[in-house]
Design a protein around this ligand. Structure first.
Ligand code: ADP
Ligand code: ZN
Length: 728
């Protein structure tokens, strides 16, 4: 297109940049775009993909107005999705362009995949002479269907040249085969489970809701193994029957492959997967086929919320309490909360499921904003494990060890019965701290305020915040003494070492997210465990989630107190959830099972709640405490993290921001204070905490404050975190 060709109109285009508003572009004569169209636009020296937006864009002088370069051959992003992007941007105080960027993550999918070339038998045409090979080919292709050359050659057991020969004689014609769907269509009537009475009642309620175009939120609150999945599958079926697309969010979907099998058993086809470990080609196909409506069900990680569904009619959020739903990078959002918003904008039901719901969801249910459905017993004869604490002050481990004799005794018995034990410790590596016994030197990350974690299998000291690593030296770098470095405290590697010494003949597997071999290896190990190919499993929190290990009858928590002392208002809730989930791995098939918590504070309310099974009392207490302190969901919180290359810059910017806070009755600002993690990857950090009443317009307050404050200059960065989960 040349500069002076006539322009018919100007439209706003949302580009994947940290811009507050869409930019304006001219639509060249003859080009057709509508709101939602994905277009190619010039931006500085480059071209980027953007979305034609609604309203008006940033004003531009006519001289500077540039033209849209092209329109992708792609279904437009639906209006609902555009409203959703605007809403998320406004709620999280992120530039809308950065939210739209999450929607534009599969650029190769904006144009349709080129069709595959296929061959089809031409009726009435025969080859000049018939060989045995040619005969086999003709027989195969006699059904009149299109074949790929390679597929036909393989099926007939001939070389491709045989087929090429036939084509050159006009026996085959070239046709195009459309791209293959990523998965087959699910059939809502395929493998209906016979539900128990309680399950059937819950399923009927859900079916009723999923059968309508009305926004609602239902919380399925059911103990681990009660059949929550079976029950929400009925809601999925009801939505599919209405011709709707369905999104199921699952934390760690890449590691819960068993879920795909269960879905297959129920619907006769797998759901499409969406997570960061998908191969790029697969990602593009999923994105495209979701946009075209060819894919009906996606099971994905939080980012699946930003897939371009064209007729979404149900979102299920499994393990809704899971902290993995919070993204803390660029756009800080909680996929559970945003999923509910998506349902509200789209006018369809949302289902939350958990054995240990978040306090927020419980309160929403108490206040009748959500409907709560309770499943109080495990399916069939599977009983919940017996739970007990081990008081580590009385049953101390041997010197240098971390397993109490009580736990070791139970592990012996479990092993003798041919059953599995799980030892849970939420700490990767060998030891969280290394120090020199001579001079007291501690190994610290040069770029972060954190200790280096020893990874003995890799022979490295690693920073878990920035990835910095160095080989573990023989001598202390401070005093030079040889062989006097000592590892303090346990990580899973160290527990594995202890287990190997105590049970040299047992088959052990250690699982941790940083294991060599990545997701593939983890999947294989998880399968092996489910098949009973290991006796003792040592793992971090990734073993706590959703897995079904039929042979597991003992769960030992190495350090039940680990998550309690970190200044986080949700520490007790989180610990309760994690402990309930991990002990819930035991006894899923009816055998008697046991969960043991090693703790120095057996009287702590969290430990009492787990051991007595009285979750209600715990929730009540926590709820009352939060209400008294005006903490979420009874009040509102936002974190502001100011970081910079020097401590002084970070601090002075944070202070200036504090001074810029408007006067407000319903909002307080706390800080700035140096962040507990004062240094990360070479950046110094200060935090402010904004605390408002439930009715406070905390976003409006923050916007005013940031606008009145100094503009971040030089290395200074300001990050707002609405509803923070992390206070580090
Ligand atoms: P939850 O999601 O509550 O942990 P699941 O849905 O995973 O529970 O069910 C636990 C186990 O019980 C699974 O192996 C599941 O297949 C089985 N199960 C639950 N309900 C039924 C049912 N009605 N019929 C057959 N199997 C069931
Ligand atoms: Zn570091």
């Amino acid at each position: 297109m040349t500069k002076d060709s006539p322009m018919s109109s100007v439209v706003p285009v949302m580009v994947p940049m940290p811009a507050e508003r869409p930019y304006s572009y001219a639509v060249p004569e003859g080009m057709r775009v509508e709101p939602g169209s994905i277009v190619r636009v010039p931006l500085g020296p480059r071209e980027v993909a953007g979305i034609v937006w609604d309203g008006s864009g940033e004003a531009v002088a006519a001289k500077k107005l540039r033209a849209i370069a092209g329109v992708f051959d792609c279904p437009p992003i639906p209006e609902e999705m555009r409203r959703f992007v605007d809403w998320v941007a406004s709620y999280t105080l992120s530039p809308p362009g950065m939210v739209a960027r999450m929607l534009l993550r599969a650029p190769a999918a904006f144009d349709p995949e080129p069709p595959t070339e296929g061959l089809r038998l031409v009726e009435g045409m025969g080859p000049d002479r018939l060989t045995a090979a040619r005969e086999r080919v003709l027989e195969m292709a006699a059904d009149g269907q299109a074949w790929t050359k390679a597929g036909l050659a393989h099926a007939a057991g001939v070389s491709a040249s045989v087929i090429e020969g036939l084509r050159s004689q006009g026996v085959f014609e070239t046709v195009s085969i459309p791209p293959r769907p990523v998965v087959a269509l699910p059939d809502p009537t395929f493998g209906r489970a016979t539900l128990t009475d309680g399950q059937a009642e819950a399923a009927a309620r859900l079916r009723e809701k999923a059968g309508t175009d009305v926004f609602s939120v239902t919380l399925i609150d059911g103990v681990t193994g009660s059949g929550k999945t079976e029950v929400y599958f009925e809601a999925v079926a009801a939505a599919l029957e209405r011709g709707k697309q369905v999104l199921i969010l699952i934390p760690e979907i890449a590691l819960t492959q068993a879920f795909l099998e269960r879905f297959h058993d129920r619907f006769g086809a797998k759901p499409a997967e969406w997570h960061s470990d998908l191969a790029p080609k697969k990602r593009e196909r999923v994105w495209r086929q979701v946009a075209e409506g060819q894919l009906r069900v996606v099971a994905g990680a939080r980012s699946a919320l930003f897939l371009p569904f064209r007729e979404l009619g149900l979102i299920v959020i499994d393990e809704e309490h899971d902290p993995a739903y919070k993204q803390e990078d660029r756009v800080f959002y909680n996929a559970r909360d945003m999923g509910v918003v998506r349902g509200h904008i789209g006018g369809f039901p949302v289902v939350l499921a958990s054995a240990t719901p978040s306090l927020e969801s419980r309160v929403n249910a108490n206040q009748a904003r959500y409907e709560r459905i309770v499943l109080s017993s495990r399916f069939a004869d599977a009983a919940l494990p017996d739970l007990a604490t081990i008081d580590m002050r009385k049953a101390a481990p041997e010197r240098g060890g971390f397993l109490s004799p009580v736990l070791i005794e139970e592990m012996k018995k479990t092993l003798a019965r041919g059953e599995q034990s799980l030892l849970f410790l939420n700490r990767r590596g060998y030891a969280p701290l290394t120090l020199c016994r001579v001079c007291g030197h501690r190994f610290q990350c040069p770029d972060c305020s954190s200790w280096l974690v020893e990874h003995r299998f890799r022979r490295q000291l690693v920073c878990h915040h920035c990835g910095y690593n160095e080989p573990r030296p023989e001598a202390c770098p401070e005093c030079g003494t040889l062989d006097h470095l000592v590892a303090c405290g346990p990580g899973v590697e160290r527990i594995t070492e202890e287990v190997d010494q105590l049970f040299p003949d047992a088959r052990t597997i250690m699982l941790s997210s940083d294991m060599m071999g990545g997701v593939k290896r983890l999947r294989l190990e998880l399968e092996a465990i489910a098949k009973g190919e290991a006796d003792i499993i040592i793992g971090t929190q990734l073993v706590a989630k959703g897995h079904n290990f039929p042979g597991m009858t003992l769960v030992g928590v190495i350090d039940a107190d680990l998550g309690l002392a970190n200044g986080d208002p949700r520490a007790a809730e989180r610990t309760f959830q994690l402990l309930a989930q991990v002990t819930g791995r035991a006894g899923r098939t009816g055998r008697k099972s046991l969960g043991l918590l090693q703790t120095y504070q057996p009287e702590h309310p969290v430990m009492r709640a787990i051991v007595t099974g009285d979750a209600e009392a715990f929730y009540e207490r926590e709820t009352a405490e939060r209400e008294r302190a005006g903490l979420p969901p009874f009040g509102r919180l936002a974190g502001i993290i100011v970081s910079a290359a020097t401590r002084q810059e970070a601090e002075s910017h944070a202070r200036a921001l504090r001074r810029a806070a408007p006067r407000a009755d319903e909002v307080d600002v706390l800080g700035p204070a140096e962040a507990p993690l004062a240094l990360v990857a070479g950046r110094h950090r200060f935090r402010l905490l904004v605390h408002g009443t439930r009715r406070a317009d905390i976003q409006g307050f923050l916007r005013d404050m940031i606008k009145a404050g100094p503009r971040p200059r030089g290395s200074v960065r300001v990050q707002v975190d609405i509803d923070p989960q992390s206070f580090l």
